[in-house]
Design a protein around this ligand. Structure first.
Ligand SMILES: *Cc1c(COP(=O)(O)O)cnc(C)c1O
Length: 370
């Protein structure tokens, strides 16, 4: 990639789906503190994870996440490694119990992958599967007939590749609800009390690659069997306050800075959600007004506010679109290799000005493409 915007600013509007753009003030603070954390005389990367300085950072990150999400008592926040992919294994390893199968709501690439992985460890069942329709919609809660003896129900709150996002989490009754929130974590307020477990790799919306946040209801910690390899047991990580082994210290530090930015500059998750609504609205409005040229992938009510996916009349035009956008400092707009088309990922850190620049580009491109 070789992009030099005309105004000399070395930073482009980066629509990468992940690892994705980080808030500029966070990067600036990290740069300023890279050689020496204030009062510490060393980089955060160079100090013990058991030092008071780092313990304050990890505690701060935990508290900010609790505060931002208004996590009620009775839940534990863990910082793990291995990305969301390891959670595809850890969740079934820890939560499958007895004969109970796990139920999956298969709405796109990531929930399908999670079910496949869980299926190597125990019985799984797709309670709903949108693949026949090209994964362009989510089920209504009424469409789900869940097995009351299920170990848990897994869903993906935002399908990053297809661009589908639940407005409201599915109702799982008394069955623990497990959510892969990797690509919309901290993008809006949620009612955590409805969930058994939430996991999210950080590199889409919450920080850099390397740390994965798990929020788990405490009674579910008891399901972790003592015969699991230690690193794979939620209970072990909870008992050791996420420092059973050396945690990804630099990633947790950045995660803390992102949370602080959300609190101080974006008005918390309520404020952030409003901005995310407005940003996505700009693009969807343009798509809706130009349906003969831009074809939105997702059904209107299920559209993602994080990943806006659409197609153009031909693959040649799509290729052209991506190339010309890049020349205008709007990068990483190609859809995932498995589905093609265009995908604009507009997570928390994408400023409204970036979305406006994309919208203006799209208007102009449409004019030329006719
Ligand atoms: C990116 C992503 C994953 C995979 O994350 P890794 O950290 O690469 O394992 C899983 N689920 C969703 C929803 C994602 O967006």
């Amino acid at each position: 990639m070789n992009v030099t915007p005309a105004d000399g600013n070395p930073r482009v509007y980066n629509f990468s789906s992940g690892p994705a753009a980080l808030p500029l003030p966070v990067l600036e603070q990290a740069r300023d503190e890279l050689l020496s954390l204030p009062g510490c005389g060393a980089s955060v990367m160079e100090i013990s994870h058991r030092s008071d300085t780092f313990l304050r950072i990890i505690e701060s990150a935990r508290n900010r996440i609790r505060h931002l999400l208004e996590i009620p008592d009775g839940y534990t926040v863990l910082f793990l490694q291995g990305g969301a992919r390891l959670q595809f294994s850890m969740v079934p390893m820890n939560l499958m119990h007895g004969e109970g199968r796990s139920e999956f709501i298969v709405t796109g690439h990531w929930s399908k992958a999670a079910m496949h992985e869980a299926g190597t460890l125990g019985p799984v069942h797709a309670v709903w599967d949108g693949e026949e329709d090209g994964f362009n919609q989510l089920p209504e809660t009424g469409q789900l007939s869940l097995d009351p003896s299920a170990s848990y129900v897994h869903f993906t709150s935002n399908e990053t590749i297809q661009g589908l996002q639940y407005r409201q989490e599915p109702d799982s009754g008394d069955i623990p609800l497990v959510c892969d929130a990797s690509s919309d974590f901290l993008s809006r307020p949620i009612d955590v009390s409805r969930y058994g477990l939430i996991f999210a790799c950080a590199q889409k919306n919450a920080g850099p690659a390397g740390v994965t946040v798990v929020v788990i209801r405490d009674d579910l910690l008891e399901r972790s069997s003592g015969s699991l390899p230690a690193y794979l047991s939620y209970q072990v990580h909870a008992t050791h306050n996420s420092s059973f082994n050396t945690p990804p210290t630099f990633a947790i530090y950045l995660l803390d800075l992102v949370c602080k930015w959300l609190e101080d500059e974006m008005g918390g998750l309520g404020g952030m959600a409003k901005i995310n609504q407005e940003k996505a609205g700009l693009l969807y409005e343009l798509l809706d007004n130009n349906e003969d040229f831009y074809l939105a992938h997702a059904r209107t009510v299920d559209r993602s506010l994080m990943n806006v996916t659409f197609r153009l009349p031909s693959e040649t035009l799509e290729k052209d679109f991506v190339e010309q956008a890049e020349k205008n400092g709007l990068t990483n707009l190609a859809g995932h290799r498995s589905v093609g088309g265009i995908r604009a990922s507009i997570y928390n850190a994408m400023p409204t000005s970036g979305v406006e620049a994309l919208r203006d580009f799209m208007e102009q491109f449409r004019g030329g493409g006719r």
